[in-house]
Design a binder for this molecule. Structure first.
Ligand code: PLP
Length: 355
């Protein structure tokens, strides 16, 4: 009782939104608990097709394909799309599921330094000998809350004839003027070819993932993508949640704006209190502490003061860069944010962690 959660990916608070919950109950009652089948046998209902169409419309793409998770979407795309004649160029800090997806494919692999455009250009030059090049990056990186330089990535991709893939798990629903994501934020919606994202964070928080992009690509994935072909269809209640979440976001971006204002409040008050917060403007607000034990002890002390946060240390983040990752949500009130900052200040002072 009285504990406030500051470590969920529930950026827009939609996982507890009454309309989202009602949509799940209605879908459960009308369409059943589950399909007991993969999509291409008897696992496709009208709601699955409707949600795919809605996702494509939301991102302004031609088509979309659903998966049980974004982990699956990332596991399924590279192997289906790329051959041994092709190349994939991946940011070194990309999410584990992108790394695993790339491991599964037979394309030539290049890893460029985190957000380093000189290194990406050098790797693109090296990769000119291959038939096709795909640059793969997280739109927003979950450990640091930093945003990929997509404008520069797209310029390089154009110069060296490459496609661009982004993972938008920490961007869909709230980055950009209409919450479409990093590509909207940075004005390159027409230059990014493929988007993978999750329904398990801002879009209702239940589960599920997807790929959206050109129709021929989505058709190819339906034929060849193994997690799509060989894993169960999304349960109706989960489809209902995501579908309603997208409706709410397409009606208005007020929820996303309220989250952005709260993020700003947290970041500026914490910086003024003497903490270093990594990233810029993103609701992922890593409170940088350096020492692993300090991060863990401070997180414990925060919980004793009613604030639920988690310390991250090696191997999840590099050695010496331990932190407490705070995540802001639209459901936090200004008072919740202030309570969190006050608790951090008290605990930080106790442990000598303030600048
Ligand atoms: N990609 C990124 C960047 C993530 O942060 C996550 C989840 O942590 C995933 C993919 C996997 O998403 P899902 O939980 O839908 O499998």
């Amino acid at each position: 009782a009285g504990i406030i959660n500051f470590c969920a990916n529930n950026y827009l608070g939609l996982s507890s939104h009454p309309e989202v919950i009602r949509a799940a109950v209605e879908a459960l009652e009308k369409f059943g608990a589950g399909l007991s089948s993969v999509r291409f046998i008897c696992g496709t209902q009208s709601i699955h097709k409707d949600l795919e169409e809605k996702i494509a419309r939301f991102h302004q793409r031609e088509d979309a394909i659903l998966y049980a998770s974004c982990f699956d979407a990332n596991a399924g795309i590279f192997e289906a799309l790329l051959t041994p004649e092709d190349a994939v160029l991946s940011d070194e800090l990309n999410h584990a599921s992108i790394i695993d997806g790339i491991r599964l494919c037979k394309a030539n692999k290049y890893r460029y330094k985190h957000m380093d455009m000189q290194d990406l250009e050098a790797k693109l030059k090296e990769a000119q000998k291959h038939r096709l090049r795909l640059v793969a990056t997280d739109g927003a990186f979950s450990m640091d809350g930093d945003i990929a330089p997509l404008r520069e990535i797209c310029q390089l991709a154009q110069k060296y004839d490459a496609l661009v893939f982004i993972d938008e798990c920490h961007a869909t629903g709230f980055l950009g003027p209409n919450g479409r994501g990093t590509d909207e934020l940075l004005g390159v919606m027409d230059k990014v070819t493929i988007i993978n994202s999750t329904l398990g964070k801002a879009l209702g928080g239940a589960a599920g993932g997807y790929t959206t992009g050109p129709k021929p690509l989505i058709d190819l994935l339906r034929q060849r993508s193994r997690p799509y072909l060989f894993s169960n269809s999304l349960p109706p209640a989960v489809v209902g949640c995501a579908s309603k979440a997208l409706d709410l976001l397409m009606e208005s971006n007020a929820i996303a704006q309220s989250m952005a204002a709260k993020t700003q409040r947290f970041r500026s008050k914490m910086t003024a209190a003497g903490f270093t917060i990594s990233g810029k403007d993103h609701p992922i607000c890593p409170v940088m502490l350096g020492d692993a034990r300090l991060a863990s002890v401070m997180a414990e002390d925060m919980l004793n003061r009613g604030i639920y946060v988690i310390g991250f240390s090696y191997p999840v983040v590099p050695k010496g860069k331990a932190r407490i990752r705070v995540q802001i949500s639209a459901v936090h009130s200004d008072e919740d944010i202030d309570r969190c900052v006050d608790a951090f200040t008290e605990v930080g002072r106790k442990h000598g962690a303030l600048r």
